[in-house]
Design a binder for this molecule. Structure first.
Ligand code: GRF
Length: 193
């Protein structure tokens, strides 16, 4: 069973999907720690409800990214974390964590990368009126949503689609795809594509 840390900044529906997949036996992993950079974020409540320890930090209280990542790294080592799973963590990962978790850190992004990286990818795709967008799961590198792609799933943007209905479709795919891909990744032990 893989020991993982989930990093999140917001409501944490992907965190919840991972918690649920573990509880139902579909994902052989244990979330040992939630790392969150936003005090009061709803993902913290989800973690506490599932008895997952949390490490909540405020980036501006630190001198640098390296300084807060060093604190995070210490936590990860105390919990013997094997994989970092980013799930709506709204910060670029720096050298400290990249170096320690090379090939052991994955992210989910709500577009078919390399299209629409960065913030509000769903809104970007909707505004561009693409025929389809989707979800990407990738290894993390130093770029913004640029690492090697592990899995992608398409989601159609229908003619009568609203932004809300499109968001719902994307999130529904995320919540199934992320646990399934993590399960495959952990069982195969792949660190590159
Ligand atoms: C998801 O759409 C994920 O792909 C992106 O951020 C969003 C996080 O949503 N990286 P949630 O906090 O998991 O609900």
């Amino acid at each position: 069973m893989k020991k993982i840390a989930v990093f999140a900044s917001g409501v944490g529906t992907n965190l919840q999907a991972i918690i649920d997949a573990i509880e139902s036996g579909d994902l052989d992993a244990k979330i040992e720690l939630l790392v969150c950079d936003q005090e009061g974020a709803f993902c913290i409540k989800r973690a506490l409800k599932a008895n997952i320890p949390t490490f909540v930090f405020t980036a501006k209280h630190y001198e640098s990214k390296a300084a807060y990542e060093q604190d995070i790294l210490q936590q990860l080592q105390e919990f013997n974390i094997e994989y970092i799973v980013l799930a709506g963590y709204m910060r670029l990962i720096g050298h400290t964590l990249l170096h320690a978790y090379q090939g052991k850190m994955v992210n989910i992004h709500p577009s078919l990368l390399p299209a629409f990286p960065g913030k509000d990818a769903i809104g970007q795709a909707f505004t561009a009126r693409v025929k389809r967008s989707g979800v990407t799961i990738h290894f993390v590198d130093e770029g913004m949503d640029t690492g090697p792609i592990i899995a992608q799933q398409e989601v159609d943007l229908d003619d009568n689609e609203t932004l809300e209905s499109f968001e719902e479709k994307i999130h529904a795919v995320e919540h199934k795809l992320y646990p399934a891909v993590l399960q495959r990744l952990f069982s195969e032990g792949k660190t590159s594509v």
